[in-house]
Design a protein around this ligand. Structure first.
Ligand code: PLP
Length: 458
């Protein structure tokens, strides 16, 4: 990277980016008007540095992934060692590598007692594709081939491949390219602030869970393979379900014999104050999706934790499962992920989130509740959200919906702090190493940005 910067000046890099680089989730027309993307050239701890030398507090851990923060030399060293030793080999056809074996064992040890196996993929989307195939294949092997439907929620995010985007409940994504694929049903999300106005939160949690049961009864339990859900919907706006929700979902999945797929791509690896969100929220998964914090984003790798019931049918009863990716269990990514988990353990980052920084973020973010355009703040561990509203009682949005969030996000960026806008919800997910002074800075900047946003909205 440094060499690249030596050979190209800033303007040229931006020109090349504009001319050739198709960015994910970006309106290119808007980008050109703004003179191109902000180019990030290096990072350390919780901070990014852009091409102009500006220092930026990363309140989002990249895309919710750099749990151990940036600049970890031991991760780059372990990657170099593994690359020199064995840069690549696959895990198909009865071969393996030490890194993949050790990582599988380590991840299994963090998962529930009855979940002892791990399947590796390259990204969260691929892992969810894997889970969909596994769930349907499982029921075929169980002699119930009609159990194919996967129930998900509106406004869920499960990735961007065709299956991932179909499993997700993002209406904007569904409108493009002929989604979604067949056999996926979406039901109400447990989003009390937006959909439970006037209702007791716990009561609303039961209503949202009942939407899953109603769907099962509508399509027939004999046709449903699985329910998939993020413990806390991340991209949907850090939606923390009411306490009653997940207990009821556990009951429903058990009663109708439906697999529960817990998408921990964001909630995993310490984010909620436990290793996994399902531990924090008392969810009983059959399959767990992991990515992001698994390697803190240093290299792409994801995993599906597979419970004994599913494993025994798939791999013992079923024989060969015709599924896998060239990079399943990539040795360099696996070695980095293994060391990343060691760092989280050694530095007590899960406990730090649970006992120290999580409660502190909750306390500090709550100081924004008195702001005229804030309807609610909420946190779980180091996941945080600020609801922007034009009516604190009715929880309604400024028109057009989404504009307030975009204005607020741009205000953050102009002040060298990253928070993301999910519609009109400002969300944060800082690296798990963030300290109290950095949280103070994040929250103080949030107040400034909310003031500026309120002014701009008039
Ligand atoms: N699942 C969840 C909950 C996510 O938040 C994401 C990405 O943000 C994904 C799946 C998809 O992961 P990836 O972008 O690595 O494909």
């Amino acid at each position: 990277m440094t060499n690249i910067l030596k050979n190209y000046d800033k303007a040229e890099l931006k020109r090349l980016d504009n001319a050739h680089h198709m960015h994910p989730f970006t309106d290119h027309k808007g980008l050109e008007g703004e003179g191109g993307s902000r180019m990030i050239v290096r990072a350390d701890g919780c901070y990014l540095y852009d091409i102009d030398g500006e220092k930026i507090l990363d309140g989002m851990s990249g895309l919710w992934c750099t749990n151990v923060g940036y600049g970890r030399k031991e991760l780059t060293e372990v990657a170099a060692e593994q690359m020199n030793e064995l840069p690549y080999y696959n895990t198909f056809f009865k071969t393996s590598t030490p890194a993949a074996a050790l990582l599988a064992a380590k991840v299994a040890s963090l998962l529930p007692d009855d979940m002892n196996h791990v399947f590796f993929s390259g990204s969260g989307s691929e892992a969810n594709d894997t889970n969909l195939r596994m769930a349907r294949h499982f029921w075929q092997l169980e002699g119930k081939p009609n159990k194919k439907i996967i129930i998900s929620r509106n406004n869920a995010y499960h990735g961007s491949t065709i299956a991932g985007a179909s499993l997700g409940g993002m209406s904007a994504m569904h409108k493009q390219a002929g989604l979604e694929i067949s056999g996926i049903e979406h039901v109400q999300q447990p989003y009390w602030f937006k959909e439970g106005v006037g209702m007791d939160e716990d009561e609303f949690g039961l209503v949202a869970a009942k939407a899953v049961e109603d769907k099962i009864l509508e399509v027939g339990a004999d046709n449903v393979a699985a329910f998939i859900g993020e413990p806390v919907q991340g991209a949907g706006g850090v939606i923390i379900p009411p306490k009653t929700y997940w207990a009821e979902i556990n009951r429903i999945c058990e009663q109708y014999d439906i697999l529960l797929i817990c998408d921990e791509v964001i909630c995993g690896f310490g984010r909620t104050g436990n290793w996994f969100g399902h531990q924090t929220l008392g969810i009983k998964p059959d399959i767990v999706t992991m990515a992001k914090g698994l390697s803190s984003g240093y290299l792409p790798i994801s995993a599906s934790g597979v419970g004994d019931r599913v494993y025994n049918t798939l791999y013992k009863k079923g024989g060969e499962f015709y599924h896998g990716y060239t990079y399943s269990g990539h040795p360099v990514a696996a070695a980095v992920a293994l060391r990343n988990i060691e760092i989280i353990e050694r530095e007590g980052l899960v406990e730090k989130v649970r006992n120290e920084t999580g409660p502190y973020l909750a306390q500090q973010l709550a100081t924004l509740n008195d702001h005229p355009i804030v309807g609610q703040t909420r946190t779980l561990g180091l996941l945080g959200a600020i609801e922007i509203t034009n009516d604190k009682a009715a929880h309604t949005r400024f028109e057009p919906e989404g504009r307030a969030g975009t204005i607020c996000r741009d205000n953050f960026f102009a002040r060298n702090v990253v928070m993301r806008a999910c519609g009109d919800v400002m969300v944060c997910a800082p690296p798990l190493i963030i300290d109290k002074a950095e949280i103070d800075h994040l929250v103080a900047t949030a107040r400034e940005c909310l003031d500026a946003t309120a002014k701009e909205l008039g």
